[in-house]
Design a protein around this ligand. Structure first.
Ligand code: CP
Length: 340
């Protein structure tokens, strides 16, 4: 029997993703109960979380199952991720052994591992989550890796459908924002892919030097076009970018030109603090009512102003809630009655 992983939305067919979103809608309406009795999910958090951890623990509980959370370096052993490492340093257990063992205890295993190191050409292979899936005999769920946050992508897709009715052809602006730290590109790439899958018109607004990985940009363009949408263009101006937007998805990410070099990246982004979603910019969106999305956590009055986040256009809390519903659907698909 072959197992099914959820490492990237693009590993699944459009029909499978549409079915997951339809199931999530039924779950949200209270139409689906149980289905995960005596099932266990183990989650390895190599980086912190509020939403991902809580929503998966809640999802397992709601359907009769159980979740176990491991935090390497805190309550569980530090994990080595380098293949072939001579482990005479600080790390105690190799991730390939952890993956094998957790696969014997649990029915699904999730892993969160943000980018590490200074070599984007290596990190962009997303090897940690893919190796973990290779060594684990049970379905592996990506809880955010170097390249993708597929559970966030599902929640964003559901939110776009709920809020826009028919997202096709509507304008989605992915807007870079300043942030005190260089953040990963997994969420912005995944969010734009969610909009592309919905056939939206995609605009990416970011300063020069903040290009996404070209493979991601190419994929966003291709999927948007295949789904009847359009990849409009890349804009280096936050005022111009938001004009006529139906959705502004605000997100910060680090310059890949300075990947893993915190000081150089910090200097590179100095002078870009004006990249922030303000009430004035929101007024330039379509009829001044463009939706505001963000995966959270958000730095208030740094990425998005209070007046915007607390105003009627903001759907960030609904978006976070949808994490729970799409993940319930995903778990039922991977582990529930009727799954392989
Ligand atoms: N959006 C998201 O993944 O939130 P957490 O980092 O809190 O899990």
């Amino acid at each position: 029997m072959t197992k099914r992983d959820f490492v990237s939305v693009e590993d699944w067919s459009d029909a499978e993703i549409d079915a997951l979103l339809a199931l999530a809608t039924r779950i949200k309406a209270g139409e689906v109960l149980g289905g995960l009795e005596r099932k266990v999910m183990a989650m390895v958090f190599m980086d912190p979380s509020l939403r991902t951890r809580t929503s998966f623990e809640t999802a397992m509980f709601l359907h009769g199952g159980h979740a176990v959370v491991l935090e390497p370096g805190k309550s569980s052993w530090t994990l080595e991720t380098e293949p072939g490492a001579v482990m005479d340093g600080a790390t105690v257990e190799h991730i390939q052994d952890a993956a094998r063992v957790l696969g014997r205890y649990a029915d699904a295993v999730g892993i969160r591992s943000f980018p590490r190191g200074t070599d984007w050409s290596a990190v962009r292979e997303d090897r940690i989550v893919r190796d973990f899936a290779r060594f684990c005999e049970k379905p592996v769920i990506n809880l955010e890796s170097s390249r993708r946050h597929p559970c966030q992508q599902l929640a964003d897709a559901l939110t776009l459908r709920e809020k826009l009715g028919q997202p096709e052809g509507k304008r989605f602006v992915l807007m870079w924002s300043w942030h005190p730290k260089a953040l990963p590109t997994a969420v912005p790439a995944s969010a734009a892919l969610a909009a592309a899958h919905q056939g939206m018109e995609i605009v990416i607004a970011r300063p020069d030097g903040y290009e996404l990985d070209p493979e991601d940009t190419g994929l966003i363009r291709r999927i948007a076009q295949e789904r009847g949408g359009e990849f409009v263009h890349i804009i280096n101006d936050p005022d111009e970018a938001v004009v006529g937007a139906d959705v502004v998805y605000v997100k910060s990410w680090g310059s890949l030109r300075h990947f893993g070099q915190a000081e150089a990246e910090s200097a590179f982004r100095s002078g870009l603090r004006d990249w922030r979603l303000t009430a004035a910019r929101l007024r330039s969106t379509r009829q001044g009512k463009g939706l505001v999305m963000h995966c959270l956590p958000v730095r208030r009055n740094v990425e998005i102003d209070d007046a915007v986040l607390d105003g009627p256009s903001s759907v960030v809390v609904d978006e976070a809630e949808n994490r729970l519903h799409v993940q319930r659907a995903l778990l039922l698909e991977l582990l529930g009655r009727g799954s392989a």
